[in-house]
Design a protein around this ligand. Structure first.
Ligand SMILES: Nc1ncnc2c1ncn2[C@@H]1O[C@H](COP(=O)(O)OP(=O)(O)OP(=O)(O)O)[C@@H](O)[C@H]1O
Ligand SMILES: [Mg+2]
Length: 361
């Protein structure tokens, strides 16, 4: 069970700087999720923590001890990969026992550890099967079981569910949430591309982009108070709409007149110095609703997707090529090619100047 501290951690492959200035304090019992665009360095950072990749700058501490030069096996870390990497010729029991046999534990210790892990992961009925006789989700549970038997201080998961189909992904995600509940003191770091996994599993999400950390916060902090336009558009699906405009009234609330002709009031305080300032207004598709009053946005619907639970409206693109998206609850009459007027509550409006949220000035 462990705290992790990363101080100015950096990684370069030869001349190419992949990560720099990574500062992160992870407390025992947290489940930290790394998200970010493909190639931003999520796996690299995880592999550096595991000791599978050399750290080229800064320090990594586990429980206040610098471990930069400690070999992987001595860091007390277990890693679960996207490809389960099971031994095909060994039973589930032997796959899970393998590392403990290498570590020369007694048969009693090994049996107890394997049976405990199998019970937690509901794999007891499958202990004598070969991996090929298991479903994808069961195989991934065996891979997790191999980590659990070692009783590591830190669990690292690199997109463990991305090989599973949609239904199995949901089921296995819930199992991972239950696993974390059953091991409240274990520290976990989890990499995913999946928004729902990130939002539901994380105690805190780390958004990586451009070789560094863009923002760290609880899932709802990132959703409700993104620090910059990148995080605003990365968290949430479909992405937050951004529209350019100018501040036309300041005070405890701020009015913005949009270049597209709409107008909106944001529950964000500004001062007279902000009058006339160019901003991007951000509004999530799910925060837009139809209005008869002066709209924040009006446009002609290009594509309508009726999903039953929600209806997505994709509007004709403006001159600058950005198409607004709205997500309305429930089922609607066909709105294709019709003009729809939309607005949003002041508390749901985000304002960015030079890419940074006005909330964080
Ligand atoms: N051994 C290597 N030598 C040189 N460059 C590498 C090496 N391994 C990774 N990189 C580069 O480092 C960057 C980060 O890679 P990494 O695999 O960590 O990304 P990622 O965020 O995990 O991406 P994905 O979401 O696609 O898995 C990429 O630009 C990649 O090309
Ligand atoms: Mg990766």
């Amino acid at each position: 069970m462990a705290d992790l501290k990363l101080t100015d951690v950096a990684k370069a492959y030869g001349e190419v700087q992949v990560l720099s200035n990574i500062n992160l304090d992870i407390k025992q019992g947290e489940l930290i999720v790394f998200v970010g665009p493909s190639g931003c360095g999520k796996s690299t950072l995880l592999r550096m923590i595991a000791g599978l990749e050399r750290i080229t700058g800064g320090t990594l501490e586990i429980d206040k001890t610098v471990v930069n030069d400690v070999p992987p096996a001595q860091r007390g870390i277990a890693m679960v990969f996207q490809s389960y990497a099971l031994y095909p010729h060994m039973t589930v029991r032997d796959n899970m026992a393998f590392a403990l046999k290498i570590a020369k534990q007694t048969k009693e210790q090994i049996d107890a550890a394997v049976e405990n892990a199998a019970r937690i992961l509901q794999l007891t009925p499958y202990l004598d099967r070969l991996p090929k006789a298991l479903s994808g989700g069961q195989r991934q549970r065996v891979a997790i079981g191999r980590a659990i038997v070692r009783d590591p201080k830190v669990y690292l998961f690199d997109e463990p569910l991305s090989n599973l189909d949609a239904a199995l992904r949901v089921a296995t995600r819930i199992e991972i949430a239950q696993l974390k509940e059953s091991m409240p003191d274990s520290t976990m770091i989890y990499v995913t591309h999946d928004q729902v996994e990130a939002m539901t599993l994380a105690s805190r999400i780390v958004v990586l982009a451009g070789g560094g950390i863009s923002q760290v916060g609880s899932p709802l902090e990132l959703y409700e108070r993104p620090e910059n336009e990148f995080v605003a558009q990365f968290i949430g699906s479909p992405a937050m709409n951004l529209m350019s405009g100018k501040i036309t009234a300041t005070g405890i609330q701020t009015r913005v007149d949009l270049d597209g002709g709409g107008t909106a009031v944001a529950a964000i305080a500004t001062t007279e110095a902000d009058m006339g300032r160019a901003v991007n207004l951000g509004v999530r598709p799910e925060d837009l609703f139809e209005t008869d009053g002066p709209p924040l946005y009006q446009g002609s619907v290009a594509i309508m997707e009726a999903l039953g639970e929600v209806t997505l409206l994709y509007f004709e693109k403006d001159g600058d090529g950005t198409g607004v998206v709205a997500k309305l609850p429930g089922i609607h009459a066909d709105l294709k090619r019709q003009v729809v007027k939309l607005t949003a509550d002041p508390s749901k409006i985000h304002l960015f100047a030079d890419g940074r949220s006005l909330l964080y000035r």
